[in-house]
Design a protein around this ligand. Structure first.
Ligand SMILES: NC(=O)c1ccc[n+]([C@@H]2O[C@H](COP(=O)([O-])OP(=O)(O)OC[C@H]3O[C@@H](n4cnc5c(N)ncnc54)[C@H](OP(=O)(O)O)[C@@H]3O)[C@@H](O)[C@H]2O)c1
Length: 292
């Protein structure tokens, strides 16, 4: 069924969301603080509202995509906005924490607003494509009733359950893997440059080693879930073997004046496992030093 959808915020992501809804035949209205940035969407058939309450008034579904939850809260706090939203579905797609989602859901409940929390696991160029994953948390009936609408944003709309914080929790978890990998990549590039090793050869060799990384990641998560940290017949590497390699990376960084923040952080966590007598355990035992 075609719906009237309002997107609040037409930054890089919000504009892509609006156009994806439009492409599926929905009637799309947008509101953006800087109207001039939203105006180009008009030529494509999007209505650009001049005020936020006007944008909300005519909508069946309102999608939030300004920079963060605090900005959303400030925009929607006035009673004119909460009254306009009453009885409608508000889908928050800005990035936030599980706590942000819980607070937003409580606010929505208090004002009679239907609420789903979402996390976009893609860049704007993926929106509307089959490879776009968006995570949703909240009431199942709400998600199911609107799943055809969410399908406009991409082929992989994933419902995570009724715990409203879970979309943001998984978003943060996957972003942590992303940042860990990218920080590692940047540090690695600095080592290559310092030693005069060509970056294109680094990139191609890195690609060839990714299956090993993927296997280690999956095995680690499985071991953490089962608390199976002692070395066993499937252990590929011990804490002490991995710790030694971290010390070498740190030494190379010291020699070449590479920023030591990453290798120092690794050293602190590895030392917890080694000093705690877990040197011979499976490398996943390092996880036991991640808390507290
Ligand atoms: N870009 C991505 O790859 C990506 C991926 C996943 C999730 N997200 C999430 O999507 C959200 C938007 O990201 P984006 O990339 O679209 O950012 P962006 O291009 O910087 O756009 C930010 C949006 O927030 C609005 N905004 C900021 N401060 C405001 C305020 N005080 N009052 C009213 N509006 C305000 C901006 O309005 P103005 O135009 O008036 O400044 C603009 O519409 C973020 O939560 C981001 O984490 C983005």
């Amino acid at each position: 069924m075609k719906r009237r959808i309002t997107v609040i915020g037409t930054g890089r992501m919000g504009a892509a969301l609006a156009l994806a809804f439009l492409a599926r035949g929905h009637a799309v209205t947008v509101w953006n603080r800087t109207v001039s940035k939203a105006k180009p969407l008009e030529a494509q058939g999007v209505r650009v509202a001049s005020s936020l309450d006007d944008a909300i008034a005519g909508a069946d579904i309102v999608v939030g995509n300004v920079s963060d939850y605090a900005t959303t809260t400030a925009l929607l706090a006035p009673s004119a906005m909460t009254e306009a939203l009453r009885g409608k579905l508000f889908v928050q797609l800005a990035t936030g924490t599980p706590r942000h989602a819980k607070d937003a859901a409580a606010w929505a409940r208090a004002h009679g607003i239907l609420y789903l929390d979402g996390a976009i696991m893609a860049t704007p160029n993926f929106i509307g494509q089959s490879g776009c994953t968006i995570l949703y948390s909240g009431e199942k009936e709400l998600f199911d009733a609107n799943a055809p609408v969410f399908a406009a944003l991409g082929g992989n709309a994933v419902y995570l359950g009724v715990d409203i914080g879970h979309a943001n929790a998984l978003d943060a978890a996957i972003l942590t893997v992303l940042w860990g990998s990218l920080f590692g990549t940047w540090h690695a590039a600095a080592i290559c440059e310092a030693e005069g090793f060509p970056l294109d050869a680094f990139a191609s060799t890195l690609g060839a080693t990714l299956p090993v990384l993927e296997g280690a990641m999956k095995d680690s998560v499985e071991r953490i879930a089962k608390r199976r940290f002692a070395a066993d017949e499937t252990t590929m590497s011990s804490v002490e073997t991995c710790h030694a390699s971290v010390r070498l990376i740190h030494a190379i960084g010291q020699e070449h004046g590479i920023h030591l923040g990453l290798s120092e952080a690794l050293e602190v966590i590895f030392a917890r496992a080694s000093d705690g007598g877990r040197g011979t355990h499976d490398m996943a035992a390092v996880y036991q030093g991640m808390k507290g």
